[in-house]
Ligand binder design. Sequence first.
Ligand code: MIG
Length: 640
Amino acid sequence: MIRRYRVGNPMNTEAVVQELPFETGDLPGWQMDPESRTLSRDMSGDTVVYGLGETVRGINKRGWLYISNCTDDPNHTEDKHSLYASQNFLLITEKGQCTGLFIDTPGKVTFDIGYTKHDRLVVTLEDFDADLYRIDAETPRQVVSELRRLTGKSYLPPKWALGFGQSRWSYLTADEVREVARQYRLAGIPLDSIYLDIDYMDHYKDFTVNEEAFPDFPGFVAEMKKEGIHLVPIIDAGVKIEEGYPVYEEGVQNGYFCRKENGEYLTAAVWPGKVHFPDFLNEDARKWFGDWYAFLLDQGIEGFWNDMNEPAIFYTEDHLKEVFEQLDGMKGKNLDLSAYSEFQELTGTVSNNPEDYRRFYHNFHGEKVRHDKVHNLYGYYMTRAAGEAFARLCPDKQILMFSRASYIGMHRYGGVWTGDNKSWWSHVLLNLQQMPALNMCGFLFSGADIGGFGADATEDLLIRWLQLGIFMPLFRDHSAMGTRRQELYRFDRIPAFRSLIRLRYALIPYLYEELQKAAETDGMLIAPLAFDYPEDSRCAEIEDQLLVGPDLMIAPVWQQNKKGRMVYLPEAMKLLRFRSPGDYTEEILEAGDHYIPYGLDEAVFFLRKGGTLKLADFRDEEEICSTLDLENRGVRIISF
Ligand code: MIG
């Protein structure tokens, strides 16, 4: 049952697709205080708080302060409060009871989940204007499906998007891309997509292609597709200011960019240098920007990733001017401690400065709205621009789409990737812990940069990450400029990589069917153990095992130099140990704690009681280059 309460006078975010009448009175179970702009409640020792989508820390969110405020921060350490996403949904379980709360408000929201007081949950709204949806159901999975009935069906990607993707910031030329494809073929490792990062563009201008580096782009797209490889270009939020560049010219002429108080367009800087930000919250601008995706669709592109849409700001022209003026006054002076810290403060806070988010406005439902009031919607509406355009331009085709910034509602138009993580062991665990929370909020097609984006990956890290990644819907290796190369063929253990990626391909019939079911039936692909074993109090504490679909449980190794790990089984399960898709052993294990050896050259996971695993049927000698080679194949069944 969903009950809707309203506080203040909220804007319509269009997160919700189902119009519900308002209840009067207070939100049951919560104390509401308009003065402090808070909703709060007690938590008992057994209360577990799930949700919030993509955030730092564990599956159980208790014991930290989380702030919904879409932020481009590449350091996802546990002291952070905000990442790229704002998904204001909590799912609370307590002694067999469960309840959900979706706080639909486009501004900043702070979730103090036992941070200030360990037994108190306090939600503070920047503006006390929100629609509050309280969901009561028998089980956590039912709470999740009610949320989805409220907010709409989840985006489903094309099947090829479950194949392996290789990315790098950036492959600079068509030949470099060809070489990546060639090396994968040589190594016998299947690959379905190669990502084009910002350098495929002409001077980082959206909807352009650098003709010198990528001559005859449509021909190149077709050539790669013949090999089963999709090219997936990035699209950034900011539009370069440049006379004669049609996206810029059209935006200016039609008033589609965000304006300052005085009516001028805001000038910010991102990769292209100075840019204007499209006003995705304005329906006409949204349609216009969406139509531009046709520039690439028409050249054979079938997938995109939307970046920098928090929006990330290197600096704004106005703020930079102020900074320089103040610095002028410091020139030649002896900077004492306080002057020096002032200097540091001035120069160190130029990018993503909160002041800058108050300098520009949107035309939202015909009203002039200051950006910070609707900040968390920007990435959602950029991706919506794309999603609505795909529905208009190619209604019969599924287009791959995922975004960096997000808000609930965006799950109807695309998935997310979790942004600039690092090649750290702790980020393998973070990837695991973010996935069930993303699923709860509707973001089924999601994943992290496998191998880690920043910092240098080692071979064992990459293998361990892939052992988790083969179960994640978005399955992409991506890394940053300046870091150690992490295409799989650059390492020694090619047979191990080949077997793992081939096993992923064998798992696609199961994964895609379950993903499809989860999207259609408003379910989850990836869930915490406690969702299916509510009576077992041990499960509520498990932070490094997951359920994948109804039949599988995984317990990856996420620490270096381990040869195995302890695994908790809430009931008897069948352990499957694969050395390749055709070479595996099975062993039935009783409920309880087990030490499970898990080497670098295998994949170990568990089939649940009554479970059925469908594997694509191919032999070890058979070549599998991409998902194309899975077509018209039978399945092999393993059951317990
Ligand atoms: O500020 O396009 O998260 O995946 O490779 C960096 C370059 C901008 C951030 C994305 C990352 C991408 C990178 N982008």
